[in-house]
Design a protein around this ligand. Sequence first.
Ligand SMILES: Nc1ncnc2c1ncn2[C@@H]1O[C@H](COP(=O)(O)OP(=O)(O)OP(=O)(O)O)[C@@H](O)[C@H]1O
Length: 315
Amino acid sequence: MVIASLQGVVKRYGSHLALDHVDLDIHEGEIVGLLGPNGAGKTTLIHTLTGMIPFDRGTIELFGSTKNPFTKKNKSKMGLVTQELTVFEELTAKENLEFFAGVYGLRGEERKKRVAEALEFVGLSTNARSAPNKFSGGMKRRLNIACALTHQPKLLIMDEPTVGIDPQSRNHILEAVQELRKRGTTILYTTHYMEEVQAIASRVVIVDQGQIITDGTVDELIKTIQHEEKIKIDVTEPALVPISRLEQLDGVKQVVVDGSNITVISKAGAGNLDRVVSIIKEHGGLLGIHAEKPNLEDVFLTLTGKQLRDGEAKE
Ligand SMILES: Nc1ncnc2c1ncn2[C@@H]1O[C@H](COP(=O)(O)OP(=O)(O)OP(=O)(O)O)[C@@H](O)[C@H]1O
């Protein structure tokens, strides 16, 4: 069952087209990983979906209503974990949660119970009486997530919840997201880390320059590029490598330089390994050659010619 949907949604900031006819259905029980580089339009998509900002064209449907999707009732079925931390630094963790639970209309014993559950869920029960100004970045992020959970939303929207945190807190958050799904919450999870999406998403939607460029399970998306082979080489003198000669080899689709790393994507069976190695050797040494299984990064690279990590075109 579709619980949230955007159809033909267009959003402009002045002359900048931030969402370009976006179509997206979110089905009950999914973890949708919304993956895209910085500036792709992920936050804008979330903010239009939650009714926080107006949009220029198209339709948004929430929990079956398209005419007036942003009713108080519908909004109370959603939880938003914002990219910026929205916790009060001077209040304790518990007081922060009590405040947000109050905003969602929870009172008395129920509020107490839900606050305790949310603290427990994000692993902050023992820190309930401390203020976030004493917390690590990861603990603050977890508190930020808990603030969106006390009212038990049906649809939880998370905007890059793991930016700038330690690996332990990141794992904690990824596990918590999977646990929430088991408990019946539908999740829209935005990130520019493909490893996260690969680990938890039941479906991946890749967005770039305001457009959805592909949509499917991790396996489905990777299958779409299985007719390609990837050669990844560490070189001693990247500046000396004649990239245009590599690009002109038969079957080569893409050459990407990232520091000392050169990635050559060819049609499968093009047999370019020897040729690539000998061209590079003419201009310096090789530090290593890697044959990697294709991943979502490669899907993005193949579709856009850019790297997901920094969103910059490299030629
Ligand atoms: N209020 C605004 N006014 C003008 N331009 C904006 C505004 N908000 C976002 N943009 C622009 O719209 C584009 C999409 O931004 P958005 O924040 O949605 O991307 P994002 O994918 O969430 O990126 P990030 O990962 O950096 O948060 C960017 O080019 C951004 O500069």
